[in-house]
Every structure is written in C-alpha cells, then in structure tokens.
Write a protein that binds this ligand. Structure first.
Ligand SMILES: NC(=O)c1ccc[n+]([C@@H]2O[C@H](COP(=O)([O-])OP(=O)(O)OC[C@H]3O[C@@H](n4cnc5c(N)ncnc54)[C@H](OP(=O)(O)O)[C@@H]3O)[C@@H](O)[C@H]2O)c1
Length: 316
C-alpha cells in the first residue's frame, strides 16, 4: 500500500529539521521537506527529501502542493525573531499572516490536514502558564500576527486543522545562523563571556525532540483543535540558563540575573506565559522528557555531532 504523504514547510528551521529527522527514521510516510533556500541547511541525506518553496510565493506553494499532493501539511515556516518582527512589520505580516491564510485555503480546497505552529506570545503573561482555552491578548506584533494566523486557520482551514502552541524551543540543528536560547547560553559560557538573563520571563521550555514527537502523535490520531505542546517545568529564563550551565558543566557564575526594566527589548515580552500541557498528556499520551533529562539527551546528541563531519548516515 502506498504510504501517506507529509509536507513540512520551514524544514530548515529548528523544529522542521527535527520533524524531518524523526519522520525519516520512522519511515512510515513519504516526506517532502521544503524551505526558502535553494539547498537544505543540513546537507547530505536531508537534501534527498528537500524542495525549495518560499511560503510567500503563492504560485509556488500551489504548484508544490499540486505536485506532491500531501495528506498532511505541517506548517513550521515563520519569521521567528520577535524583535525583527516588531521592526519589520510588513515582512512579518507577509510570512506570519498572509502566507498562513493562503496555505490554510489551499489545504482546505485539497482536503489536506493542516497543523499550524503558534506561540505562547499570543498571551499577555499576566496569568501564565496558559491552557488552550485561555483568552489571548498579545503584547507585540509577532504575537498579534500569530493570533491572526490561528484565526485564519480556524476560519479558512475547515475541520481538518490543528494549532500547536509552543514556547522557547531548543534542540539540535545544523547550518542555522540564528541560535536558540540553549545554544546562546552554551556558546557564551564556553567562551567565558558573561551573560544577563531575565528573572521576570517565565516559560515552559520545549525540546524539539519532544515537540516533534507530539506533533506526529497529532498526525497519527488526526486530532483537530488547539494543543499546547511544551516541556512541563515552569521556570524563569534565568533559572533555565542555570539549568543549562549545570547540564553542560559550565560556569553558572557568568550568568547575572536582570529584570526587563534593566534592559528593555524592542518588542515587549510577556512576563509569565508557559503552557499547560494536560490536554496533550491526556489525549495524545504526550510525555515530554523532564528538563534535566532533555538537556542531558541534547548534550549526548551534540557530542555525537562533535565526533567528526557528518556522514549521510550520521545525519539521522
Ligand atoms: N523558536 C521558538 O522559541 C518558538 C516559540 C514559539 C513558537 N514557535 C513557532 O514554531 C514554529 C517553528 O519555529 P522554529 O523554532 O523552527 O523557528 P526557526 O528555526 O526560525 O524556523 C523557521 C523556518 O522558517 C523559514 N522561513 C522563514 N520565512 C520563510 C518563507 N518566506 N518561506 C519559507 N520558509 C521560511 C526559515 O528559513 P531560514 O532557515 O532560511 O531562515 C526557518 O527555516 C514557528 O511557527 C514559530 O513561530 C517557535
């Protein structure tokens, strides 16, 4: 029997790479990994599954969907730099707003099941951690676009859609320029550079390994609606940085606690977000690794990477 087809947008990104990696390992679906660059960021075997597709190019998206005819689309492509979104609103709206609307319409017309990635930044951070049904109130432009995109998916995507909300995503990736928070902490501490981290930004950090697993469970059960997928621990970014230092045996005295008033960012950040994952635990049997284990797991994977240049086999 022919296997079902999954198309991933933003496959060069942090989450996209992990999804492709897990799907390749499972070997139960036919995969198409798409990204805006002509070549995939991870080289070697990844390239076999890869095709360029800028999600803002409507004609190209339509062509690729017609050609591959996926049963499932996992939409990871996004402009994710929150300050960049604040400063470059037009591009942010094109990628995080308009493109999602188009993809939702195209998936609906083709009968494809759409999973769209969203964020804790749709909330104002006064009452976190948040459940799926809590009332959104974004503080910055990124959050407003993401909330608008959730609405597009609800309205235009029909019943075969799911929204996955996540926050502070970290994991293993290759060839990316932008560092995730864990990479940023490790890189600075390894180089003996002092860092300042906020004590008044509370989150439930999400390991891509767990997040991808949760998303593939949604696909498997063909669930629709909103699902929070993140880690379980609710902690400040400062405490998170200290946990990273401990897990990677780095000098935590280089980390100084600050509050947002000490060093404001271009886009306002909510104080206490983070996500309650009870619905995913109950309905999907989603079991993210405890933070300590997740960081140990990541460290082990990074060490495997560090052994030498990646061969095609080593990529998975
Ligand atoms: N990272 C987080 O902490 C976080 C938190 C909450 C929610 N999310 C959501 O989770 C999803 C996945 O994020 P991520 O962590 O994997 O972020 P990421 O590493 O920044 O990945 C996003 C990917 O989208 C691609 N992209 C941007 N514009 C595009 C376009 N016009 N056409 C095609 N691809 C485009 C980027 O391409 P390049 O590789 O060329 O830059 C990148 O590979 C996003 O929807 C994000 O909003 C992330």
């Amino acid at each position: 029997m022919a296997s079902e087809r999954i198309l991933i947008t933003g496959a060069n990104g942090l989450l996209g790479q992990e999804l492709v990696r897990q799907l390749v390992r499972r070997n139960t679906y036919e995969i198409l990994a798409t990204g805006r660059n002509s070549l995939s960021r991870p080289r070697g075997a990844f390239q076999r599954f890869y095709r360029p597709m800028n999600v803002c190019d409507y004609a190209r998206v339509k062509e690729v969907l017609n050609d591959f005819s996926p049963e499932y689309v996992i939409h990871c492509a996004a402009m994710t730099g929150v300050d960049e979104c604040e400063n470059n609103r037009q591009t942010c709206w094109q990628v995080n707003g308009d493109a999602v609307e188009n993809i939702a319409k195209l998936c609906h017309s083709r009968g494809a099941y759409l999973i769209h990635l969203s964020t804790d930044f749709i909330f104002d951070g006064t009452e976190g951690p948040y459940r799926e049904q809590d009332r959104p109130k974004p503080l910055n432009f990124y959050g407003r676009c993401k909330l608008a995109s959730e609405n597009s998916v609800h309205i235009l995507g029909g019943e075969k859609t799911a929204i996955v909300r996540t926050n502070v995503v970290y994991g293993r990736s290759q060839g990316r320029v932008q560092k995730d928070f864990v990479e940023w902490v490790i890189c600075n501490l390894k180089n003996k550079c002092p860092i300042q981290v906020y004590t008044d930004q509370w989150r439930t950090p999400s390991y891509t390994y767990d997040l991808a697993m949760g998303i593939l469970r949604l696909v498997h059960f063909r669930k629709s609606g909103v699902y929070n997928l993140s880690g379980r621990e609710f902690l400040s970014m400062y405490e998170f940085a200290r946990s990273i230092a401990k897990a990677f045996e780095l000098d935590s005295t280089l980390i100084t606690p600050i509050v947002q008033q000490d060093r404001p960012q271009a886009a306002l950040r909510p104080e206490r977000t983070g996500l309650v994952i009870l619905k995913a635990e109950t309905e999907l049997d989603y079991r993210p690794l405890p933070l300590k284990e997740a960081l140990a797991h990541l460290r082990l994977r990074s060490q495997t990477n560090a052994i030498g240049p990646l061969t095609e086999d080593a990529w998975c």
